[in-house]
Design a protein around this ligand. Sequence first.
Ligand code: ADP
Length: 486
Amino acid sequence: MLIVSAASEVSPFAKTGGLGDVTGSLPLALRKLGHQILTFLPRYRTIDIKKNRLSIVIDPLEIPLGKEKLTARIYNARHPSGAEFYFVDQPDLFLRDEFYGTASSDYPDNDRRFAFFQRAVLETLRALSLKPDILHCHDWQTGLIPAYLKTRYAKDALFKKTRTVFTVHNLAYQGNFPPDSLPLTGIGWEEYKMEKLEFYGKVSFMKGGLVYADAVTTVSERYSREIQTEEFGCGMDKVLAHRQDSVYGIINGLDYEEWGPETDKDIAQSYGVESAAKKKINKAALQKSEDFTVDPAIPLFGVISRLIDQKGIDILVASLDALAALGGQLVVLGTGDEKYHHVLRELGRRHRGRFGIHIVFDAARAKHIYAGCDFMLVPSYYEPCGLAHLVALRYGTIPVVRATGGLADTVEEFNPETGKGNGFRFEAYKSEALLQAIERGLAVFKDKKDWNALVHNAMTCDFSWDASAKRYSDLFEKISQGVKKS
Ligand code: ADP
């Protein structure tokens, strides 16, 4: 199949979070399955033409934007795997310091920027006479593409067989704009209705994907169900419930080439499933660098996270005095809300020599923490998929998670009786529940045989992209053939 993917960020060219990881890794994995794959993204300032060896494919390409016509230049680059990347270059719209806005606010013309980007994707396909089998769109920045295919481009022979898939990476970011954004998009007012693009008096780009796409996917099975409830639906729960026959959950994979203790050059000592005992060298190195007592018998906990409400930082901080009382050591790495920086620093002072608090984004330090800790705490309030616990599993660091979204789909409570399970999980969003899970973890930690079995289970889980890409590929085949959800 010819699969065309469009996203506002694609690793390694442009990335601020998990979205970029997925849109960068999935094409390579789909390529391995034999598909032809093109991925579109804007050319931001950070994407250097020379360094990335971009070549011009179309110049100029005229794109309508409301009553105006703007020109774009389209570049492409080919990855050694054969996957191709297309870049929409429009200096006024995309050559800026950030992708979406400054720290204090979003760019005021994000409606123009991403309406333009989406039209540019479709106009490039037209100019090159490419007939995609699947158009795979990600998050609100590309939510209008499925709407275009059912409206403005509905009669275009080129897209006659094209089916659209819209993937929600985080429903909380919706791209809702005032109604006067609609004329910019070139979509008519007849689509501005509650059942279509209108959302509480705004035009919602996200809704374009949710309503018009042939299939909607989210990044875990559990999250696909959670977002159909009022608690996690961000106002879109009814829209999603209405489409439940076309909503699927496909867990993200982890890039096993980027993350793996066997090949990791940043950590003190590499190790693998068969040499998991060497992990303790990393633990000792981490304890030493944190000025903690160096002792393999002291349980060492890690947290690597954005420090925001979504990540459960409030129940985490409420449990930390108790964690210290249980004899644990703790390393926290993260940035986010000032209120959490403040309490965590305070806790760090209170438990000096036991807690190490690092309010910074530091990819190299993250690796030391993944490799050196015994446990990784991920108490999220909600988590569409989550990467930190998947990385932790790969490094034999045992996740303690709240059973939500992708965490619930991938972490199974360890049962010492059966020897099954890869971590510890709790249901209630309460610090007491987190602490109970930690205590269950500590009981296993004290029993060397059980603990080794648990670490082995964690390290042998397979959350690589291969399995997830196969699921996307199966879904693409299914909707191309018009097969309904079973
Ligand atoms: P989200 O995308 O919602 O922030 P994920 O769990 O999907 O959460 O991905 C977070 C990724 O970012 C993980 O790979 C984690 O290791 C990394 N990360 C988060 N905070 C930091 C930090 N302060 N320093 C280094 N890496 C971090």
